[in-house]
Structures are given as structure tokens and as C-alpha cells.
Design a protein around this ligand. Structure first.
Ligand code: HSE
Length: 297
């Protein structure tokens, strides 16, 4: 009657794959506890932060739980405890962790009444509640784990990609908040064909690199001419962090989701730690607070 789950943080876009690529961090995430109740109520009974809503329809976890239980005509309710392991508004898929966690736990209580694809759609509904757009990249990476490609939104077609054994991520989260919707609104609605060519060629390169364990190709393909040029203006010291991370041995560097977190991919833990330190050193010289993570993918 109770399930406790780890809901990983996620890096969406992965530079070239705006709204189409994402991966999960093994070492960073939330812990959620779901308890089945006899009343039909869906309640957030505990969250370890004040900044998130507790009302059933406003919190993405309870909103997802509610619609799934209604659609399955379930005769029970659920109490939800959320222990956030990282901040919301970080660009690390905080709302996706809650939404995907709820979709997973409720389907577990329903004895897998819904298919994986239906669960993904419910989790996307949670993203709609949290940030106004039903984006699939963070929730898919959170729910399925590893690296994912959203090949199509309509119909939804999500593919898991292989992850080379030594692929590590370093993340720095400067503690300023960027709302996903704001970071989407600053993007131009149309992109020049030359940029489109650069972008899709790099998506191909990145995916090929993942399949072939080709770390250099993975690094070379972390190019984003669609969102990064606009979004980096919202992130203090982005170019310096990128330069220092690359000098410390990172394969490539980009904005995590809609920011402000910056991620770098590396081969091996030693390099990933050195890269995290190089990124940290940039923010140490400022009065911006930050948090750094190193994780396997
Ligand atoms: N792909 C999304 C964006 C990530 O960059 O806006 C947030 O879900």
C-alpha cells in the first residue's frame, strides 16, 4: 500500500536536440512516497520546500495522480510525500521528476493498467500543469532512464538510446530562477535553414556517437544554434563556464533544458570531477550561489 521511489533529475535538449533529447542523472533526484488511501482524495501531505503548491490541481504530481485515478475509475486515493533533492526552476526537470514519479507510482498501484506510452502522456500532462507546455523530453528521460529520443510527439514515439559506459555529466546550477515558459518565449518562432541543417546534422552525430561509443563524436555534436544563442544571455558567465569546462577536458558543454543549469559531458569520473571544479571556480569569483553535481548517466 506504499511505494517509495527515486525520481532522477534530467538534462533535456542535450544541446542539439531541442525538445527531442534528454537523459537522466543517476546520482541526483527526488524521493517520493505514495500511500494508497481508502478515501478517494489525492493529497500532497508533505513537501520539504515552501515554493511548490500543495493544492491537488496545481501540484503536478497530484494533478497527474488525480487524472490517472479518474480515468482508471479507481476506488482509492493517494497521499503523496515529496522530498526534493534539487531545486525547482533549475533546468534539471524538477516538475518532470514529480510528474513522472506520480505516473509511475499510480500505475504501480493500478497494476500497470496503463501502457508505458499512456504513462508518458500523463506525465506530459503534469508538465503542462507545471509550466504550460506538455513537453516530453524531461519526463521521458525520468520515466525510462538513460538517454532518450522523442522521435515524434504526434503520435508520441519515444526511443531509448544506448549510453557509453564512461559517459559522465557535470552540472552547475547557478541559483537564479529561469521559468521554462520565459525561456521558450525568447526563442524566435522560425529558424534559418542553415541553422536547421547544423542542428539536425548534430543530432545525427550525437546519436551515432552514443551507438558507436565514440566520445569525440558525442562531444563535437554538442552544438546548439537554435536555443543557446538566445538563452545564454539569461545565464551569467555562460561562455566563461563553457570555456573553462572545455579546457578542463569536457567533451562538450551546453544549457541544461531551459536553464540556468549548465551541463558538461565527460569521459570518466576523474575528468568529470575536474570539469565540475573548473565550472565551480568561475562562479566562486561571483556572488551568485551555485550547486554542482557529478553523475553517471
Ligand atoms: N525542452 C524544454 C525547453 C526543456 O528547452 O524548453 C524544458 O522541459
Amino acid at each position: 500500500n506504499q511505494i517509495k521511489i527515486f525520481c532522477p533529475a534530467t538534462v533535456a535538449n542535450v544541446s542539439c536536440g531541442f525538445d527531442a533529447l534528454g537523459f537522466a542523472l543517476e546520482a541526483v533526484g527526488d524521493v517520493m512516497t505514495f500511500t494508497k488511501t481508502e478515501t478517494k482524495a489525492i493529497r500532497i501531505t508533505k513537501i520539504n520546500v515552501d515554493s511548490l503548491p500543495k493544492e491537488t490541481d496545481k501540484n503536478c504530481a497530484s494533478a497527474v495522480a488525480k487524472i490517472m485515478l479518474e480515468d482508471a475509475k479507481a476506488n482509492f486515493g493517494v497521499d503523496i510525500e515529496i522530498h526534493k533533492g534539487y531545486k525547482s526552476g533549475s533546468g534539471l526537470g524538477s516538475s518532470a521528476s514529480s510528474s513522472a514519479g506520480a505516473a509511475f507510482a499510480i500505475n504501480y498501484f493500478l497494476n500497470n493498467y496503463f501502457t508505458e506510452q499512456q504513462c508518458l502522456k500523463y506525465a506530459m500532462y503534469g508538465e503542462q500543469v507545471a509550466c504550460g507546455s506538455p513537453i516530453a523530453d524531461n519526463v521521458s528521460a525520468c520515466l525510462l532512464g538513460g538517454f532518450v529520443l522523442i522521435r515524434s510527439y504526434e503520435p508520441l514515439d519515444v526511443r531509448q538510446l544506448p549510453v557509453p559506459n564512461d559517459l559522465m555529466v557535470s552540472v552547475i546550477h547557478p541559483q537564479i530562477e529561469i521559468k521554462t515558459q520565459d525561456a521558450r518565449d525568447i526563442l524566435p518562432k522560425d529558424i534559418p535553414i542553415t541553422n536547421a541543417i547544423t542542428q539536425w546534422a548534430n543530432v545525427g552525430g550525437l546519436i551515432s556517437g552514443l551507438y558507436e561509443n565514440d566520445y569525440d563524436l558525442i562531444g563535437k555534436s554538442l552544438v546548439d544554434v537554435v536555443a543557446e544563442p538566445y538563452r545564454k544571455t539569461l545565464i551569467p558567465n555562460f561562455d566563461t563556464v563553457k570555456e573553462h569546462a572545455l579546457n578542463a577536458g569536457a567533451l562538450g558543454v551546453g544549457i541544461s533544458g531551459s536553464g540556468p543549469s549548465i551541463f558538461a559531458l565527460s569521459k570518466g569520473l576523474t575528468t568529470a570531477k575536474a570539469v565540475a571544479e573548473a565550472m565551480t571556480n568561475v562562479y566562486k569569483t561571483t556572488d551568485i550561489e551555485y550547486k554542482t553535481y557529478v553523475s553517471k548517466i
